[in-house]
Ligand binder design. Sequence first.
Ligand code: ZN
Length: 505
Amino acid sequence: METETHEEGCKHRLVLRRWIGKEEERTYLEVPFLIDGEVERIDISYRYERGGEEAAVVDIGLRSPDRIVGWSGGARDTFFLGKEKATPGYLCGSIVNGEWSVLLGAYKIPSSGLEVVVEVELSLRRGRWMKGDLHMHSVHSDGSYTIEQAKQSCRERGLEFMALTDHNTISQNQAALAPDEQLLIIPGVELTSYYGHANVFGAPETLRDFRIVSADQAAEVLADTRERGGFVSLNHPFCPACPWELGFGEQYDAIEVWNGPWRALNEQAVAWWQGQLEHGRRIVALGGSDTHRIDRFVKHGRPTASVWTESDSVSGLLEGIRLGRVVLSFDPDETCMNMTSGKYGIGDFIPSDELEAVSGVPLTIDIYGARGDRVALWSDRGIEAVWDIGIGITESGEQREWERFAGEDGEWTIQREIAALLAIEAEEQSACGGQEVAASAIAGNAVPVPVPLPVDAENGHVRISFQGSADRLFYRLEARRYVDGVNVSVMTCLTNPIYLGGANN
Ligand SMILES: [Zn+2]
């Protein structure tokens, strides 16, 4: 047997060759390889000369140091397995160190023998952003999607994870237990009471009872859920139809500032959140589509939550969410932003001693895919800087340029879609008495709103450096797009903050 190895970033590639003689026909062979390190995914492909005068059939499977972990016979040329995802026919699980073997079944071998080339790609564990949807319903409550249909819709939208948050039940999570090739499924439930809704992620079974009718009862039930490992997010708290009326005390981890398409209830939730951040609270901002059925405006991944995870696993995603390493975008392929300060990123807390070491906070802001957005850098003092992200054409041509992004299938452009949605919402608002969008409660020492600086996006990416002040509580980003003819802006992207330590002013 011959072996070649190639290193490439966080991938390690092996090419293994095995000659099979006629005399080995109808035997099982092993092609061993060693795993030694933090491997989170194994991809295997193989090839051999099939055509010829005599038919050749070589089957394939895989053995871990402990057991056979899959066998696809002659049905597949490629397969993979990871911690929580695998090709059907293979078992996912932690990839342990030791000697693994590709199993070859020498079913039909020509009299001249043949060579089998097996390629093994080992992907090392690495941090990455993953896109998903944190709020949706299925036939397990009042949605019309089966679990498989919801998964298919999320896959088609390019998502990598989804949370099934049916109302007051967890049976949907049991129905989704089989590993998927693309999607990680975060177990969830939407506590749905007559006085407010809240998602419990990660350990939905910790929600003992949803029949909550008072703030005291809510505090007790949510405290119990959180103590036993559930992560609690208050959903659409300013929804005109089903707001959160059970108190905004301490017993939750996150707030759903962005529910479905961008609307007034989200505007109000972000304003409320900003007010809390200004008072030094640290609440993770989340978003989710709340998709129930096929709808023109409400779709899986609208909004998309991008979560930083240290591994391709649900536990990695939950840890990222818990740490506030979350960025929300209007759609899976819409504006996405990142912000770092040295080794610190979104959700992190820069300790006071590190802030003193430098006279300020150097921020690096990366903006991807912004198409004419206005990006604002917020702190506890309000908006600190504003940039208008150009799209490389004249101002008068902007609208037309945006429309070109619509694609060829007659899909709505984001602008027209937003305009239509806002018109519908305006009707709904007046129908149910309307609800004022609260202006953000900015602290007394607000900074004056700066004049926007024009920045050009080369290849859809902009990098901006900004020197922040160490006396702020946090910095966070918002990107908005202005819709012609409607005279409003909609959020296209919102990040959680980077928090600064010790600035209790
Ligand atoms: Zn709800």
